[in-house]
Design a protein around this ligand. Sequence first.
Ligand code: SAH
Length: 357
Amino acid sequence: MNPLPRLTDLSRAEFQAWAEKQGERPFRGDQIWRWLHGRGTMDPDAMSDLPPGVRAKLKEAFVWQSPPLRWSIDEGSTTEKLFTQIEGTDGVESVLIMEGDRTTACISSQLGCPVACRFCASGLLGLKRNLSSGEIVEQFHEIRRRAQSLGRRVSNIVVMGMGEPLLNYQAVVEALDVINHKEGGGIGARHLVISTVGLKKGIERLVQDKRQFTLAFSLHAPTDALRQELIPFPGALSIQELIDAAKLYLEVKGREVTFEYVLLDGVNAGPKEASELVRVLRGVRGTINLIPYNENPGLPFKRPSPESVDRFTDQLRRGGLRVSVRKRKGHKILAACGQLRLQATHGGPISAPSSSV
Ligand code: SAH
């Protein structure tokens, strides 16, 4: 372990305090923070409005080197995958998705995932550890830099990479605060989406929190029995508890929650499940976002045919539900939902057909 603190883990107040300790005025701390998070500068010598003495002290006091990273790019695709090496061969994956005017950064909150949904690659090796707020923010920095080089500005953040964000609550909200701050990432809170299987304590905290994040709940089944089979995590809320939490969030924040539903052929995507789902969600405000399964090597689940997806969608709509269907993005480079995983499972730092930049 490196004994020096990681630069991006310090809050603005901590930088101010650090500046004062060096005999400087607190605004020097603000300057450093703005260089780091407003511009993503990871080089003290580039912080041109700081006196040379402060720059020299900064260099000594913190870990500066950015972790090694690589991009996987599927030629002609609108999706690119970032791999940031954090420990040994392990690291986090994040995704840049470009669609029309919208530029989305999909970021990870944990190294691995303890929830281990049966169909998802991210939990195959369990949880290695939580990411720090700085490690989460740095994913945004790199994606922003890459997007800028392509002439785009990141407009949306989805915490839908590896990990269950509510099990790393503090670091996730600290990172999102930086991304949200007008002198940091400058992205409005409503464009910051947290996706969760639904955990009691985390949701209570979100409801009480003054922040206005957008929430997505991973529902995936119309009955608790099937949901527990797919998400065998003891702390996950029941379907009724999720619905109640969505209602409460709407009441308190004025924000509708989205329900995500991965479509697994022969498991939860037939006419029976569709009619059960209509019954369960009738009268609940919010959109149901269907995600046709992205297949994972080594996992038995299959993506339903486009016709079955259409039939399921129509049945929900006829039942009065508001439905959107997530387009598949990045599956050729294993960057689609649920395909991000700890690298140790396939040996090398980048597994898919890729070109690096
Ligand atoms: N841990 C968070 C974020 C997961 S990624 C959560 O569980 O909500 C965002 C969505 O993609 C979740 O609903 C997740 O269940 C779903 N997902 C996971 N694996 C998938 C796969 N292989 N294909 C499609 N969607 C998947």
